[in-house]
Design a protein around this ligand. Structure first.
Ligand SMILES: Cc1cc2nc3c(=O)[nH]c(=O)nc-3n(C[C@H](O)[C@H](O)[C@H](O)COP(=O)(O)OP(=O)(O)OC[C@H]3O[C@@H](n4cnc5c(N)ncnc54)[C@H](O)[C@@H]3O)c2cc1C
Length: 517
């Protein structure tokens, strides 16, 4: 390692490995400041799931230097504008609400909740101040054909095919960003006297040396778990779901709507995700093995497919994946950083895994320590930042369960046990009895979930805040009213002016075929 150059070895070629490679290589290439090599075992497959991203992915892809149209077509991707939660509140006929990606209109100017609570409760909170619930309901895209790549009319992320996404990133990283690719299995680790990693031993290519080793080996945790034995913080007592059964399902015909949001439907012992890609749907049941068994879980998934008539269109055999909810006590140790599933994993209720990969690789890119002294400082900060983030994500996911009024199974009853809810979350819930979530509740600059997201979940789930009477405060009333009616108008505009997801994706595909960007 020299003061200005750093060679990086990434272990693992799943989404985490290739995203990290792209994010770092784009930076290193700009400054000619080191070599990135990615080694991936040809004998150990990637997890191959993970189909929902956050809007952050747009910026990530733009910075890596890919074309959005190439990405959309080659990864069978579509637009995601948030999540629709069905049957989470009380499991009645009308039980559904959205957590859209857009912050509510007027969020920073007005007491929206107080106004909505007193004047507009006939419409759901999210639809009162964001256009996306209605836009998603109509399967509309978040932009028009003329909107530039990565720009948006409505904030959006993606639904994508995880396997195709890794292959797409690999091609770009190797051909355009100078990442060296080695297909080989790591069998041993060679340390120096200070216990830093000197090299990794491979079966075919001898020893591979680097200054910084990024462990993207998924649940294998070749460096962080197997070599360094960093303790794992098990969170299965908080987030019960420890299994997923995934299937791919075809569309019944070529005009079938492509959903603009992930649909998450609560069940007696878990929830089902339903994701619309451009070419097919990805559907899966995430459940708690303490509360149901494999056979009953498969039946739950089949019932869901039967209800929508999709069982005839199943493309793949159901695949069961074990989840150990939790994360490592340290992510960065010596000259090794764990990113992706090797760092930890929890159920994909808010699709928060890939955004953590983006943030982790982004922080390494910004800090890029080139001496051991600075590396130790950066490692400490990195660990503090990401420990905080994991805890906040777990709180946010747990909130979805705590707020539910469902008591139709032990699963939902057990969610109410306060001993499995963090002190911070319990404190905040107390505060929110008297005022809405605000930016003061989440002081970090890059909070994973801003207070606006908490408002969407709280009020979507029917939580009651005793707010001050806005009707007596003419100015506040007028401000909130302005945003409410402004949003109504904007919603009409979006509904009439935006194409459907399918229409837009089809047009982009035609452009791609003609090689027009
Ligand atoms: C059911 C489910 C649903 C999910 N949904 C979402 C979602 O909607 N949104 C989201 O953001 N995330 C989601 N995720 C998480 C997401 O899939 C992962 O975070 C993402 O795919 C990254 O995985 P990875 O690259 O860390 O690991 P993997 O894909 O497992 O890759 C591991 C890599 O390490 C290599 N490797 C392992 N051992 C060795 C060795 N000894 N030598 C060399 N190479 C080795 C393997 O060959 C492989 O290339 C979901 C996960 C699951 C389980």
């Amino acid at each position: 390692m020299s003061a200005s150059k750093i060679d990086i070895l990434i272990i693992g070629g799943g989404t985490a490995g290739w995203l990290a490679a792209g994010i770092l290589a784009a930076e290193l290439k700009k400054n000619s400041s080191g070599q990135i090599t990615l080694v991936e075992s040809p004998n150990i497959s990637t997890i191959g799931v993970g189909e929902g991203t956050w809007p952050t992915m747009r910026d990530t892809l733009r910075k890596i230097g890919v074309s959005e149209i190439d990405f959309l077509v080659e990864c069978d991707a579509s637009y995601k504008q948030g999540t629709q939660f069905v049957n989470w509140k009380d499991n009645t006929e009308s039980d559904n609400y959205y957590h859209p990606f857009a912050v509510p209109n007027g969020y920073f100017d007005a007491n929206l909740y107080a106004y909505w609570n007193e004047k507009q409760k006939n419409i759901d909170f999210a639809s009162a101040f964001a256009t996306q619930p209605k836009v998603c309901h109509a399967h509309k895209a978040p932009k028009q054909l003329s909107t530039p790549e990565f720009a948006a009319v409505n904030n959006y992320g993606y639904h994508l095919d995880a396997g195709k996404f890794s292959a797409f990133l690999k091609k770009h990283c190797v051909e355009k960003l100078g990442v060296k690719y080695i297909a080989d299995t790591i069998t041993d680790i060679i340390s120096d006297q200070e216990d830093y990693i000197h090299a990794v031993q491979t079966t075919q290519n001898g020893q591979l040396k680097a200054d910084l080793f990024i462990d993207c080996s998924g649940t294998h945790g070749v460096l962080i778990k197997q070599h360094f034995k960093i303790p794992f913080i098990d969170k299965s007592d908080v987030l019960f779901n420890d299994r997923a059964i995934a299937v791919q399902v075809g569309y019944p015909n070529s005009t079938y709507p492509i959903e603009s949001a992930t649909i998450s439907t609560a069940q007696k012992s878990g929830w089902i995700w339903d994701i619309g890609l451009s070419s097919r749907r990805g559907i899966g049941f995430v459940y708690s093995s303490q509360h149901t068994n494999q056979q009953a879980a498969e039946e739950t998934l089949l019932n869901y497919l039967l209800k929508s008539g999709s069982e005839k269109n199943i493309i793949t055999e159901p695949r069961t994946i074990k989840i150990l909810p939790g994360f490592h006590q340290q992510f960065w140790h010596k000259n090794c950083v764990a990113i992706g599933m090797s760092a930890g994993f929890i159920e994909p209720l808010e699709a928060s895994a890939l955004v953590l990969v983006e943030l982790a690789a982004g922080m390494i890119r910004e800090e890029l320590p080139t001496t051991r002294e600075t590396m130790a400082i950066v490692a400490k900060r990195f660990n503090n930042t990401f420990l905080y983030r994991w805890e906040r994500i777990i709180d946010f996911l747990k909130l979805h369960y705590i707020l539910s009024q469902r008591r139709d199974s032990d699963y939902w009853i057990d969610q109410q046990d306060k001993s499995h809810q963090s002190d911070q979350l319990q404190e905040l819930l107390k505060l929110w009895e008297f005022r809405s979530p605000s930016k003061n509740d989440f002081p970090q600059i890059q909070e994973i979930f801003p207070s606006a997201s908490y408002q969407y979940i709280l009020y979507g789930m029917g939580y009651k805040t005793t707010s001050k009477n806005i009707l007596n405060d003419k100015k506040s009333l007028a401000t909130a009213e302005k945003y409410f009616f402004g949003n109504r108008k904007l919603t009409e505009l979006h509904l009439s002016g935006l194409p459907t997801n399918r229409e837009l994706l089809q047009k982009l595909k035609e452009r791609y075929s003609c090689n027009i960007k």
